[in-house]
Design a protein around this ligand. Structure first.
Ligand code: MCN
Length: 797
């Protein structure tokens, strides 16, 4: 661990491994790995998810495009309309005739072309297989599905293009007349001239052509909505799967053509999201539209294959990347040209936008010149959107693969090459060549920690040669940084007369455990028992405006908002306590739920007594009084002072069977630094989940379309998610380098594993395959792909 610090992040600590039990630091709850309070309900099956909500709802089902690209010639719904139990069959013409725009809004201002938003039901043209073309509402879901089968749609098929690189080639089929080259956005980041200069001056240039495979978000619970419309108040209530209740309220209002005040979004328990439940899809909006049309609640629940067809999908980059490096291992420049699919409709998803992608390309290194060109490209595929990591895994994959390729080219150890170029602790805050301002970091400590944990030196000596079992061993590391936090959140802390506390937040936990961690944060600030703090998320009528849970932002942004509110509440309570004690507030200290007079600790008032007293007092900024049962309340709109950059270094040991191409990950060690950890057990859980997903991308997952735009991987039989048996025991350790940019000192952790795992695994497998002269294998590293690479290499010898 390095001890040179700049005073802002002056206590990097290493914790974890076998010794880590997440144990308490004093009486504080923050830093303790207490069990998640939400788990009893979730694990015993008592939790209520959207589809569990019983009602007299009618059921909505979609007729979806069977072609990847085409024009709708006719829709014949006569047979479906006559089926018993069918309440209505709708197509674009019905939406068009209604007061609702019926289009999912997209952020066209960031695009280089004018394109329409995604129509809830296709308007003349379909641009991906699975796009909703017509909607059927029936008394029950089985009738609705039967009626879907009875709707006859004729298409004029158009040529399709599914690969983002092919979509930009001359003569490729075009999705929009306004974007003849299929490019939705062509953006540059960094200084092209300075990068050119760096490349000319460098001793060597290393190049890689990389495919970042297309993924599909596979949350256990598919998307669902139950919509009601109250004709008296002209108000929609939509219970739905969401990561962003207020975001969905705004988007639903736009699609329905009403003001936000006419939409209430309620989010019950959500069975995972991984990004795709933050995005606006047709199903939820159509359920709301039908509820108003029919004057009856309408429920929609996606089937697994609908969820796979409609997306959102993720990644799908084709990248040409070059690293300029001197013979002594000094990296001089990085140049990247990426074509990223956006699917049939431009969503503005973070994955393809330069901000989230290009800005991370510097990883942990001092790279003086970087230039990144990103083209976001329309393809006849499901829309691509943010998925756990959202742009950052794609960026880190590029840099970390190049570092290994450069080490190979120079004939040096990949760890040594990385170490030489790491940004040093005293250089923070550090401005990268692509405009990211890193807040704090101690990268070398994380690197040393992971090397020690995996026993790198010894493994390195054995790598490359077949072991006694005939398999080839490879060992790797990959470093990463991750932008976390950002945007704004509001947090409300309300203290009732009995001293109990309710925390309201605009974020929404869908597996992350906010009910536990926000309660830890607020209980500590107020010095009240943890069990007295209740956390409420997920109802736009009850919770303050918020941005939502994605981008590993909830702790940094939402957590800080509730901490700031708790501090305001504490100030108000101290004022009341001081009144009761007959002293100035400045002479009162708060300790573990007691307000004590400085120097006279026997004179005290408890927090609960101050809350009771507040009701009969009417001064104090946050003090409510007035007999409404609320003693104190504070609301904070919090925006962090810049991004908190989490980081870490992961390492893997793999064994590859040269005869079959089978890869086994024998060891996987993750060292992560998310600043102050509110709950180390939850943090570890997040790392485990993220690494599992990252290994899924590296080893088996990959959405495949045929040339006509038909999805070949439309179920879990064909889309190969990782299984327990394909995952190693994930060993976790941590370093702690607080962020100076928020009151908690935290950085996000929710996506770290998905960022680090793909390059860690691919680097290890390529290392194992080095005896064959193999320099790169694209993900997923299935047996077939690995064997292909070996055969091709052998043929070339
Ligand atoms: N935490 C902590 N200390 C820190 C940072 C985080 O104790 N320094 C805790 C938090 O308080 C929270 C959890 O770790 O309980 C994750 O926090 P954070 O990193 O702030 O991320 P968010 O809560 O904003 O969650 C979003 C992130 C993203 S972007 C995806 S995608 C994702 C993920 O979290 N999807 C998930 N984790 C998931 N976990 C589950 N089970 N299901 C998903 O769909």
């Amino acid at each position: 661990m390095s001890d040179a610090r700049d005073g802002r992040a002056d206590d990097a600590r290493t914790v974890g491994g076998e010794e880590s039990d997440g144990s308490t630091s004093g009486d504080r709850l923050v830093g303790r790995g207490i069990d998640r309070r939400e788990d009893a309900e979730l694990l015993t099956g008592r939790a209520t998810y959207t589809d569990d909500i019983s009602s007299d709802a009618a059921h909505l089902a979609f007729v979806r495009s069977s072609v990847g690209h085409g024009r709708i010639e006719s829709i014949d719904a006569s047979e479906a309309e006559e089926m018993g139990g069918v309440l209505g069959v709708y197509a674009w013409a019905d939406l068009d005739a209604s007061p609702s725009p019926g289009v999912l809004p997209i952020r066209t201002e960031s695009l280089d072309c004018e394109v329409p938003g995604h129509p809830v039901l296709a308007r003349e043209r379909v641009r991906y297989e699975g796009q909703p073309v017509a909607a059927v509402v029936a008394e029950d879901r089985y009738v609705a599905r039967d009626a879907v089968e009875a709707v006859d749609v004729e298409y004029e098929s158009l040529p399709a293009v599914v690969d983002p690189a092919e979509a930009t080639a001359d003569g490729a089929p075009t999705l929009y007349e306004t974007a003849p080259d299929n490019v939705a956005l062509d953006a540059e980041l960094g200084d092209a001239a300075a990068t050119e200069e760096a490349f000319s001056a460098a001793d060597r240039v290393v190049e890689l052509e990389l495919v970042n495979n297309r993924l599909i978000a596979s949350a256990l619970e598919p998307r669902a909505a139950l919509a009601r419309y109250d004709a008296d108040t002209e108000r929609f209530t939509v219970e739905m799967t969401s990561q962003s209740p207020h975001g969905h309220r705004g988007k639903l209002a736009e699609t329905l053509g009403v003001s936000e005040s006419r939409v209430r979004v309620i989010v019950p328990r959500v069975g995972g999201g991984f990004g795709h439940k933050g995005h606006h899809h047709p199903g939820e909006a159509m359920a709301a539209w039908c509820a108003r049309e029919l004057g009856r609640p309408v429920k929609w629940t996606a089937t697994r294959s609908e969820n796979y067809r409609e997306g959102a999908h993720a990644r799908d980059h084709r990248t040409s990347a070059e690293l300029a490096v001197d013979d002594d291992g000094t990296v001089r420049g990085l140049r990247v040209d990426t074509r990223a699919a956006v699917g049939g409709y431009g969503l503005g998803g973070g994955a393809s936008m330069p901000g989230w992608y290009g800005r991370l390309l510097s990883s942990q290194y001092r790279i003086p010149a970087i230039h990144c060109r990103t083209r976001a490209v329309f393809t006849n595929t499901a829309p691509v959107h943010s998925y756990r990591g959202a742009g950052r895994p794609e960026a880190i994959y590029v840099t970390e693969r190049l570092m290994d390729a450069a080490a190979d080219e120079l004939g040096v150890d990949p760890v040594g090459l990385r170490r030489r170029n790491l940004i040093a602790p005293e250089e923070f805050p550090y401005e990268t060549a692509v405009g990211a301002s890193y807040d704090s970091g101690d990268y070398e400590t994380a690197l040393d920690e992971v090397l020690d944990a995996i026993g790198y030196d010894e493994l390195r000596e054995r790598a490359g040669e077949p072991g006694d079992d005939g398999r080839y061993r490879g060992v790797s590391v990959a470093c990463f940084t991750e932008s976390t936090g950002g945007g704004f959140e509001r947090g409300v802390v309300r203290v009732r007369r009995d001293g109990s506390v309710a925390v309201y937040a605009g974020t929404h936990s869908h597996g992350q455990g906010h009910e536990t961690t926000y309660a830890q944060l607020v209980a500590d600030e107020l010095g009240v028992p943890y069990d007295d703090v209740e956390v409420v998320e997920g109802d736009t009528d009850d919770t303050p405006d918020g941005t939502g849970t994605f981008g590993s932002r909830s702790t940094v942004t939402g957590g800080s908002a509730v901490v700031e509110s708790a501090r305001d509440v504490l100030r108000a309570a101290r004022g009341v306590a001081a009144d009761r004690l007959g002293v100035d507030a400045a002479d009162v200290v708060s300790e573990a739920g007691e307000f004590r007079v400085v120097g006279r600790p026997e004179r005290s008032v408890s927090f609960a007594d101050a809350a009771r007293a507040a009701e009969t007092t009417d001064d104090g900024a946050s003090e409510k009084g007035e007999g409404d049962g609320v003693a104190f309340e504070a609301s904070t709109r919090y925006e962090p002072d810049g991004t908190a950059y989490a980081f870490g270094t992961h390492a893997a040991l793999v064994a590859v069977d040269g005869e079959t191409g089978a890869v086994e990950i024998e060891r996987y060690v993750a060292v992560d630094d998310c600043g102050e950890r509110v709950n180390p057990t939850i943090v570890e859980g997040q790392v485990h989940g993220g690494v599992a997903q990252g290994i899924g991308q590296a080893r088996s997952e990959g959405a495949a379309y045929d040339d006509d735009g038909r999805l070949l991987t439309d179920s879990m039989l064909s889309y190969a998610l990782p299984r327990a048996t394909s995952l190693p025991d994930i060993e976790t350790r941590a370093t702690v380098t607080p962020s100076p940019r928020n009151p908690i000192g935290a950085k996000g952790i929710g996506e770290a594993g998905t960022i680090a795992a793909p390059p860690t695994v691919v680097n290890a497998v390529v290392d194992a395959l080095s005896p064959f002269g193999i320099e790169h294998v694209d993900m997923p590293l299935t047996e077939e792909n690995v064997l292909d690479a070996i055969r091709t290499a052998e043929d070339e010898v």
